[in-house]
Design a protein around this ligand. Structure first.
Ligand SMILES: [Zn+2]
Length: 314
């Protein structure tokens, strides 16, 4: 089914507006009804565009029929900037299947392959997706993090600015995830002093001045959520994300989409741990799942306001 029948939009207009106005569209991952509702409530309350991101494992967890049933249940109008996006599609087949299901945007992640193989696979996905007016994101550089910086080239695992123009032109891709020092997960850095490589971002933006760039692994890992988890029996000491001011600075440059997954997971876990510990007699899941949903909503609102700068955009 085509995504327009779900009232979804692709990311084209979202990104041109974000690029022109110095903000980033948040891409929040979800994996069940509570996380989807939480993101939607935050987006509606802030009037922020939003990208609903689904990983391949989340798709498997929900099941495609249940997932698309929930998207249908949102009752979208096709005018509000809300996209459904496959996060880190690992193969051409996975991306094609997402397009056929009704996704309005897909990411093909062939970043671990050589640049020529990455170009070939990405171009194949672009041909299929564009025939259905679906947006495509690709990735160049390795988002593994600071410790893996052990290759001999000048840029290590960071995105090499000399590659981006060839990659974008050869593939026809709509946006590009770059590696400038972010990494996935809740343990991103050893100290708060580690900074993103804005020098590389600037070089890339100079070569592609009006092209949307994407930051993955950009959860800020709010200390207050980690503290709640640790207070109520968890052990996440040393969890540390990207400082919000660094992310906010990236949005004022060419970063048009910022992915957040870990922060919602932290909010979910903090709610569950604190509620169940404080209410040992309660066994109604709506109580603690409801609190989890509310805490994710609050975290999304905070990030829309302090990091994305995407409030009141429609
Ligand atoms: Zn990612």
């Amino acid at each position: 089914m085509n995504y327009t029948s779900y009232g979804l939009v692709n990311t084209q207009k979202m990104f041109s507006d974000a690029l022109g106005n110095g903000y980033a569209v948040p891409a929040f991952n979800f994996y069940n009804m509570e996380t989807l509702m939480a993101i939607m409530t935050a987006a509606q309350e802030c009037r922020s565009p939003v990208i609903l991101a689904v990983s391949e494992s989340a798709l498997k967890y929900m099941g495609s029929r249940m997932l698309m049933g929930m998207i249908s249940g949102l009752g979208l109008d096709g005018k509000t900037p809300i996209a459904l996006h496959l996060d880190h599609g690992g193969s051409v087949d996975a991306c094609r299947a997402a397009v056929d299901l009704g996704f309005s945007s897909v990411m093909i992640d062939a970043s671990k392959l050589s640049i020529d193989e990455n170009i070939d696979i990405t171009r194949t996905v672009v041909e299929y997706a564009h025939a259905h007016h679906v947006s495509v994101e690709a990735e160049l550089g390795i988002l593994a993090g600071i410790e893996d910086e052990n290759t001999s080239s000048t840029y290590g695992n960071y995105t090499n600015p000399d590659d981006v123009v060839r990659f974008v032109h050869a593939t026809g891709v709509d946006s590009l995830a770059i590696a400038i020092g972010t990494s996935h997960g809740a343990y991103k850095r050893k100290s708060d002093d580690e900074k993103l490589r804005f020098d590389i971002l600037e070089l890339i933006a100079e070569k592609l001045p009006s092209f949307p760039l994407v930051l993955h692994g950009a959860s800020s890992v709010p200390g207050k959520l980690v503290d709640i988890i640790n207070t109520y029996g968890g052990d996440m000491h040393g969890a540390r994300g990207i400082a919000p001011d660094q992310l906010r600075m990236a949005t004022s440059m060419n970063i048009c989409k910022i992915n957040v997954d870990s922060d919602s997971r932290l909010a979910f876990t903090a709610a569950m741990r604190s509620y169940l510990t404080q209410h040992p007699d309660v066994f109604d899941p709506r109580k603690y799942l409801g609190l989890a949903r509310d805490m994710i909503t609050q975290n999304c609102i905070d990030e829309i306001r302090t990091i994305m700068n995407s409030e009141n955009r429609y």
